[in-house]
Design a protein around this ligand. Sequence first.
Ligand SMILES: Nc1nc2c(ncn2[C@@H]2O[C@H](COP(=O)(O)OP(=O)(O)OP(=O)(O)O)[C@@H](O)[C@H]2O)c(=O)[nH]1
Ligand SMILES: [Mg+2]
Length: 309
Amino acid sequence: MPMPHRTFAQVAKRRLIGKEGKDRIREVRALLSELPDYRNGPYADLRKSLLAEIEDTRVRSNAVHRDSIAVRREGAAQIALVGPPNVGKSSLLQALSEIQIKTGDYPFTTLRPVPALTRIGGVLVQLVEIPGLIEGASEDRGGGRALLGVLRSADAIVYCIRASGDPEELRAVRAEVELAGIDKPAFLAVTRADEADGDAFERLRRAFPDLDVLAVSILDDASLEAFRAAVWRLTGLIRVHLRSNGVTEAEPIALPPGSTVVEVADTVHHDLAATFAGARVWGPSARFEGQRVGRDHGVADGDTVEILP
Ligand SMILES: Nc1nc2c(ncn2[C@@H]2O[C@H](COP(=O)(O)OP(=O)(O)OP(=O)(O)O)[C@@H](O)[C@H]2O)c(=O)[nH]1
Ligand SMILES: [Mg+2]
């Protein structure tokens, strides 16, 4: 028995609230797939209006994105790389993703925010280089307001300073971020670590006691892996592998912190989330491998979960 069409229209409206661009189109498509397949009558009208919604959304997003420096969100989280010029932000993006980006041994090589997708443990995360935040940025110097606007929508920040760099440079950047009222989870990447002299690392740790510090060099693969792992912890997200009929899927799903097996079931199917009995869990959140758990069981990063219908 399908949902009455008036209820469906209300549910559709509710599910589209606050969604724009790709997210909105994805939701509209999901709604279309749930719509009973009548050729005439109110359901057919609903289908027509949902199809029109896709077209309208496309037109709107093109209008918004033209001639702005907005960065389209992609991946499970968006992490901003922020720091003084010439510290190696673009080089890090290059080393961690497939993109080709200009790097140069001089300041202000990058003038606009540059996004790049990197894969961390099977999940795509978007890194965005925020260039050129100079003193006065919060008062729009150097186009600072738009750059800070991009930063505002990020989930977390990696502050970058070069190993041989002057802490004051980064202090000035952080002051602008603070003046803009932006406060996000963050750590400090000490970049170009291969150029460091003996106590550079300790000196920077002392200069920024409120931040966790990680040394990274694009010439050192192990440090790049550690950087990826630190970025993942910064997102707070949880990777869960789905298992069904004894087979575990290769690509994990990413869930917000605090998720339970209900959220896992919901990624499989909305209906399943409403009705399933429980789950089996392997990994960090299980007391023993294959533990049978109830609906409220909290999952942890690295779990494998089999939903029991
Ligand atoms: N030795 C060494 N050099 C690096 C490393 N990372 C970047 N560099 C060099 O540092 C210089 C600046 O690198 P970029 O990646 O352009 O720096 P950026 O922070 O993006 O600079 P702007 O966009 O100008 O703000 C380039 O000459 C890079 O080759 C590193 O890990 N080790
Ligand atoms: Mg750059």
